[in-house]
Write a protein that binds this ligand. Structure first.
Ligand SMILES: [Zn+2]
Ligand SMILES: [Zn+2]
Length: 327
């Protein structure tokens, strides 16, 4: 099968012909229909995440069709459409797994990082971590729900019942979660790169009540801010934008260092927290909610072989919404 293979930091993914994977016990063999591209893929390609699998096939927002069941992999039948997210396996017995926090499992394995992912014609996945997808979404439009949507959803839940929400970095995750937040009666304030008029217009088109550069102050103090851009300097900026008691949620897996800032900016019971990975419960909740909003995903499709171009467009902010690879 054709696959895009990660051969080392700083090197483009290589178009490679490799043997299709064989589904082991509890695994499904999936013919990939679409796989979205996430900023985490960029962090892996750039060597910012430690110890990826060698000769890794990245990609953790997989939509595909089951073509073979390994022993005991009976949650889905041959011919079913499934989605495969970032969370690929957890131990089930550690303190985190047993307290509803499998996203924090010390032994968790992740799709497209420690496990081969979906930048290929076929992938295998543990059937317990695969999900049925809402029928309303074509394959390409469903793909970004699986990380941009899920992580965005977890970040929004971490903001509690905040009414006025700032989104820093208006890419794939923000454009999805803005729609969910508006559906829930919240107001969205979109912070973009200073001078990025196209992204500001995109955010306004989705219903943002205000847009501005990440160096600007919102017209009124916010109740929460979600940071999707991997820029540590946005943490103190977001703290300055939230009111007393407000929460700043860092939603990315990697961020540049956070500069020091005066304690006064945290004072007033402001909270800074991260969200890490996802639980299967997040996926079930979000995939049920998305078609009710209904969330519409904006996508740009690329042939699988043009994965490097898709990564480059993501890196340089040349995308509206999400890039999706189609084998
Ligand atoms: Zn992701
Ligand atoms: Zn565990």
């Amino acid at each position: 099968m054709r696959a895009m293979v990660f051969e080392g930091p700083g090197r483009p993914l290589a178009v490679t012909e490799i043997a299709p994977p064989t589904p082991g016990e509890g695994q499904l063999l999936i013919q990939v229909s679409a796989c979205a591209v996430c900023r985490t893929d960029l962090h892996i390609v750039d060597g910012e995440l430690p110890e990826p699998k060698s000769a890794l096939v990245p990609g953790h927002e997989i939509v595909g069709v089951v073509v073979q069941q390994g022993a005991g992999a009976d949650r889905f039948a041959v011919g079913d459409r499934v989605g495969v997210p970032w969370l690929g396996w957890t131990c089930g017995v550690c303190t985190f797994c047993r307290s509803g926090r499998e996203n924090l499992c010390d032994r968790a394995r992740f799709t497209g990082y420690q496990l081969d992912g979906g930048f290929a014609e076929f992938a295998v996945a543990d059937h317990r971590y695969c999900f049925a997808l809402p029928a309303e979404y074509p394959d390409v439009e469903a793909a970004p729900l699986l990380c941009a949507g899920l992580i965005g959803y977890r970040a929004l839940r971490a903001a509690g019942d905040a009414k006025r929400i700032g989104l820093f970095g208006f890419g794939a995750a923000a454009h999805i979660i803005a729609q969910v937040a508006l559906h829930e009666g919240r107001a969205i304030y979109a912070f973009t790169r200073p001078g990025d008029a196209a992204t500001a217009a995109f955010a306004r088109g989705l219903g943002a009540i205000w847009t501005g550069g990440s160096d600007a102050a919102p017209p009124e103090p916010l109740d929460a801010a979600l940071i999707f851009a991997p820029v540590g300097a946005l943490v103190p900026a977001a703290l300055r934008a939230v009111a007393k008691g407000g929460t700043v949620v860092c939603a990315g897996i990697h961020m540049s260092d956070i500069p020091s800032f005066p304690y006064a900016e945290l004072w007033g019971e402001r909270v800074v927290r991260s969200v890490a990975n996802l639980t299967r419960r997040d996926a079930e909740e979000f995939l049920a909610l998305a078609p009710r909003v209904p969330v519409r995903t904006k996508t740009s499709a690329y042939p699988l072989e043009r994965a490097n171009e898709a990564l480059g467009d993501l890196r340089h902010g040349r995308l509206e919404g999400a890039a999706v690879l189609v084998p």
